[in-house]
Design a protein around this ligand. Structure first.
Ligand SMILES: [Zn+2]
Ligand SMILES: [Zn+2]
Length: 140
């Protein structure tokens, strides 16, 4: 029987397990990027090491990407379907709200190419923009 969450995992060569399905479900339901602690909070009885390992597997397989937004905790967000472990295609800008401390993917805003001095070989570029998200900006 077709199961959308299982299909998403299988498409990335990830064997579906109950924990992986639960973590994927949490990531899909949340509009913002989640830290390990955030995911744990959604899964009341989950073991931290298992959740950590699950997120690492997802990252290695190109299902999620890591975001270092300066809050001190690495956050995770689902990748675009076109991403592969070799080539994360969703090199988009992330927005960190200094008020609610949530991080959002901005898939419509690509990270601009930078003209670096000769000799530097870029592996990846990340760009985190800080400010107030639409919800917080409206409440200020
Ligand atoms: Zn906010
Ligand atoms: Zn993102």
């Amino acid at each position: 029987m077709a199961h959308p969450l299982e299909d998403t995992l299988i498409a990335r060569q990830i064997t579906p397990t109950p924990m992986r399905l639960l973590v994927l479900d949490v990531l899909q339901k949340e509009p913002t990027a989640l830290s390990l602690a955030d995911v744990e909070q959604h899964l009341k009885h989950a073991d931290r090491i298992t959740v950590h390992r699950t997120l690492k597997t997802f990252t290695d397989k190109g299902l999620v990407h890591r975001i270092e937004d300066g809050s001190g905790a690495v956050k995770f967000a689902l990748c675009a379907p076109a991403c592969t472990p070799e080539l994360h295609r969703d090199l988009h800008v992330h927005f960190f709200c200094v008020r609610c401390r949530e991080t959002a993917c901005l898939p419509a805003v690509p990270v601009p190419a930078l003209a670096l001095p000769g000799g530097y070989q870029v592996q990846e570029t990340s760009l985190v923009v800080k400010g107030h998200c639409p919800r917080c900006a409206g409440a200020v």
